[in-house]
Ligand binder design. Structure first.
Ligand code: C2E
Ligand code: CA
Ligand code: CA
Length: 431
């Protein structure tokens, strides 16, 4: 994980979404080609978007596009380690380009994952929209003319949109096939658990007040024998398809708790929880058993849940989290500000922390409106006695902003990348 920080350096070209425009993408492609390195592109469109506009009104359609832009940004920031750029290519089309080495299979897996995120329901004041995203993919060479790259993607997307069964299509004419079938990947995952291919890395977290190390967030990776390193997003997409989320989550929790047991006593461990985990009948019992087996003190554990948890059975999720909280476990609402924040959730869940999505901190420099929103959220968190964690802190200016505005903790590439268990233990002992 020594890649440079990812970024979305788009000027605010598109008034509706704040993303760049087609021209921004053309210029960026030319720049990257001059510098060299591998370029991947992905153009997303939605089948029958006009029908959504008709059914819900154009204001709801616009709100959906803003949400799509937000999900796209969030996806790129989490999944792409190199430089990237997201733009709105007119209407309801969005283009994502990335400048990082990555296999064809990994780019296709990432695209599948993005489409799954974009297909999730979008709640607007006029109703809930369900979009059917399609994507065209391409790997560009230095010899490709930027305009022809976008044209080829556009033509491929047109074809994909006309066909009902096909969600992804490669623009280079090669068949849309992964080197491995979906069924093979699912089978690989089951073996991966036993073969030790699933790794947990730890990203340090710090106190804003004095910059001291306070703990780490556990993040999963899959060292796939053929595809190379896959991120947690791809890993969980495959696990969900194969119905193995509970098994995978248990495996990751065990590895993380075992590692954290060897840390200095004052450090906390944060674990990510998926909606599928919480929907299960006895997640709290299984976790309690693991905590006992690994002899980790429950009050040193934080569980990070996202708002997605609340799209399912909220009462059940609140009950399970409530039972965990009574054991001393703390709960953080993750990626806050990434989607439509529904403040009602804050009253439903037993929360201790709000973890601001990195887009919240990222947008603030240069935007008085974004700063006002950040201040309002932090004031609300204070009123509810929640601590606020800033994530994705990449610059000293962002760290100062987070500290100055009242965040209690921060995490980000500025101070540390995720590192393997041995490296984190060493880091913890020397900090
Ligand atoms: P998340 O929970 O928001 O995790 C933070 C992500 O941001 C991590 O990506 C981390 O590497 C990245 N990150 C940290 N600092 C910075 C920064 O300064 N700049 C930028 N651009 N990125 C930063 P990662 O590890 O790829 O994880 C992506 C998402 O996958 C996570 O987002 C989380 O939702 C999910 N995830 C990761 N590990 C697990 C897991 O063990 N279980 C579950 N259920 N989900 C996981
Ligand atoms: Ca998290
Ligand atoms: Ca997050």
């Amino acid at each position: 994980m020594n890649a440079p920080p990812s970024c979305d350096p788009a000027p605010q070209g598109d008034a509706l979404t704040g993303l760049g425009t087609r021209d921004t993408a053309l210029a960026r492609l030319a720049e990257w080609q001059t510098a060299g390195g591998s370029i991947h592109a992905l153009l997303v469109g939605f089948r029958r978007f006009d029908a959504q506009n008709l059914a819900f009104g154009t204001a709801a359609g616009d709100a959906a596009l803003v949400e799509v832009a937000q999900r796209l940004r969030h996806f790129a920031a989490a999944e792409i380690e190199g430089a990237w750029l997201a733009v709105r290519d007119g209407g309801s089309r969005f283009l994502l380009i990335a400048n990082e080495p990555c296999s064809r299979e990994a780019w296709q897996l990432a695209a599948g994952q993005l489409l799954a995120a974009l297909a999730r329901p979008i709640v607007t004041s006029a109703g809930t929209l369900r979009l059917s995203p399609r994507a065209a993919l391409l790997r560009a060479t230095d010899a490709d003319d930027p305009a022809s790259v976008l044209d080829r993607l556009g033509q491929t997307l047109e074809t994909a949109m006309a066909q009902s069964g096909r969600r992804l299509a490669w623009a280079d004419g090669e068949a849309t096939r992964l080197g491995l079938s979906a069924a093979q990947l699912e089978a690989d995952l089951i073996q991966a658990l036993d073969r030790g291919e699933i790794e947990v890395v730890f990203q340090p977290q710090f106190a804003c007040a004095d910059n001291r190390l306070t703990g780490a967030e556990a993040l999963a990776r899959w060292n796939h024998p053929k595809l190379g390193k896959l991120g947690a997003g791809a890993l969980f997409t495959i696990a969900e398809r194969a119905d193995h989320v509970a098994q995978l989550s248990g495996h990751i929790a065990r590895l993380a708790l075992q590692a954290a047991h060897k840390w200095p006593m004052d450090l906390r461990l944060s674990l990510n929880v998926t909606p599928a985990d919480l929907a299960g009948a006895d997640y709290d019992k299984q976790l309690a058993a693991l905590i006992k087996q690994t002899r980790f003190a429950p009050w040193r554990l934080t569980l990070e849940v996202t708002e997605q948890v609340l799209l399912g059975d909220v009462t059940h999720a609140a009950d399970v989290l409530g039972r965990l909280a009574t054991q001393g476990i703390q709960i953080a609402l993750d990626d806050f500000g990434a989607g439509f924040c529904n403040f009602r959730y804050l009253q439903l869940l037993p929360l201790h922390y709000l973890k601001l999505d990195r887009a919240m901190i990222d947008g603030v420099a240069g935007s008085a409106r974004d700063l006002a929103v950040l201040r309002a959220i932090i004031a609300m968190a204070r009123a509810l006695e929640l601590k606020v964690i800033a994530e994705g802190v990449e610059s000293e200016a962002q760290r100062q902003l987070a500290a100055g505005e009242g965040c209690s903790h921060y995490q980000g590439f500025l101070r540390a990348q995720p590192m393997d268990a041995a490296a984190f233990r060493e880091y913890a002992l020397s900090n």
